[in-house]
Design a protein. Sequence first.
Length: 139
Amino acid sequence: MISQTTRYGIGTTVPLDYDAAVSRTKDALAAEGFGVLAEIDVAATMKKKLGVDFRPYVILGACNPPLAHKALSAERDIGLLLPCNVIVYADDTPGHSIVAAMDPVEALHLTGNDEIRPIAEDVRTRLTRVLQAVERLPG
C-alpha cells in the first residue's frame, strides 16, 4: 500500500528481494515516461569511501523530459530540485524491499511559484502509479 512515508516522500514495502525490486522499479518508471539519469549504489559507495557495510540501497535520479521542460520553463532554477529521486533498499524483513519516491509537490513547493504546482501534481500522480505498478507486478 502506498503511503506518505515522510513529509517529503511516498513509498511502499514490497515482497520482493532487492534486485527484483530495483528491476521492477526501473521498468515501472520507464512505463510512466521517466528515464533514469543517475544511479547511485549507496552500499558500494559506503564500502569504497568509508569501508563500512550498508544494506543494499540505490538512489535513482528519474526524469520525465516533457515535464522537466515545463518545470524549467516556468522556473529556470528548479534544476536545483531535479531530477526526482526514487530509492530502493533492502528491508529488515528478508525478501522484502522498500521503494519510495520524493513527493514532488512538497519538494517543488519550495519554489513558491504557482505555475509549478500542477506540474508537481502530475509528477506525483505518475510516481504514485510507478509505486503501484511495482506492488502489483507478478512475481
